[in-house]
Design a protein around this ligand. Structure first.
Ligand code: SF4
Ligand code: SF4
Length: 280
């Protein structure tokens, strides 16, 4: 729910004129902030940059104490990839055990669910493309180019939007079905920065998934949590890799998976988030 709400926030910010840049305004480029338009001059640009820098520092502080929670819970890329994984599991098959279990148990019509998930899977990259475009082009211009102007008569903006949507759909499908979290591990500079912060933090304060029983014998080693982990970690291990690009993202997918596995037996998850300092 956190990921869905934050993703919706990223998408809605420009459409609601909360924050965006307008590069094609009548009086030249301008900054739209909380519905007001400001010229793209020095004090206003600084006013936009300072809150962004403060936000980066707050996330760094959060990472220092809580691990890579931004990557696991708030990153739009990670949320989109998880959304793809969940939807594709609903449509045919995928690795999201919670969605697979929900599909098996759901009393809704299976093909109705599959069709809805398939439509969302097809439309989500288009909505994403238009929302990214809305950060730079006025939403009313986008709406006019897409819905009001006849195709081929919407001018340069319609052609550019069409090309942008096609490119975003292609990249989204590539990211959602092939690249997935390899991008976070190998390419994302921001993720690498967070991994460096985690490496510098005292390991006895950082939040991480933890195996609750005294020994792993208790779980019967179904290994579902290992399969759910996209950085190939064993969340039951006493020493979990936390820093580096291959470290734990604190996404909680292993905990969710164990909740599903144990739920079949009427028991609660054997994994839970906690800081090492809380261990007995
Ligand atoms: S999912 Fe739960 S029960 Fe299965 S191996 Fe992991 S901790 Fe054990
Ligand atoms: S160990 Fe668990 S919380 Fe950490 S990255 Fe893997 S699935 Fe996510």
């Amino acid at each position: 729910m956190t990921q869905v709400c934050l993703l919706l926030l990223w998408i809605l910010l420009p459409w609601l004129n909360i924050v965006r840049i307008e590069i094609q305004g009548g009086r030249g480029p301008s900054i739209i902030y909380l519905g007001q338009s400001y010229p793209m001059d020095f004090p206003y640009v600084l006013g936009l940059i300072i809150p962004f820098v403060i936000l980066i520092w707050c996330i760094a502080l959060l990472t220092y104490y809580k691990g890579r929670v931004f990557c696991g819970w708030a990153c739009p890329y990670g949320s989109c990839v998880e959304l793809f994984e969940g939807l594709s599991t609903a449509v045919w098959k995928g690795s999201n055990r919670r969605v697979a279990a929900w599909m098996r148990r759901s009393s809704f019509h299976k093909w109705g669910l599959r069709l809805s998930a398939g439509l969302t899977l097809a439309l989500a990259p288009v909505i994403l493309a238009l929302s990214i475009a809305a950060y730079l082009v006025a939403p009313r211009q986008i709406i006019h180019a897409v819905f009001a102007a006849a195709w081929g008569r919407g001018g340069m903006i319609q052609t550019t939007l069409l090309a942008w949507v096609a490119l975003t759909v292609l990249i989204s499908w590539l990211a959602g079905f092939a690249v997935k979290f390899h991008f976070c591990r190998m390419v994302c500079i921001y993720g690498m920065g967070q991994a460096m912060v985690v490496s510098a933090a005292p390991s006895n304060q950082i939040l991480r998934p933890r195996f609750l029983p005294a020994s792993t014998d208790a779980c019967g080693a179904c290994q579902a949590c290992l399969k759910a982990c996209f950085v190939d970690l064993d969340p039951r291990a006493k020493q979990l890799v936390l820093g580096f690009s291959t470290g734990c993202f604190n996404c909680g997918d292993c905990i969710d998976t164990c909740t599903t596995v144990q739920g079949h037996k009427g028991e609660s998850s054997l994994l839970s988030f906690s800081a090492a300092s809380q261990e007995t």
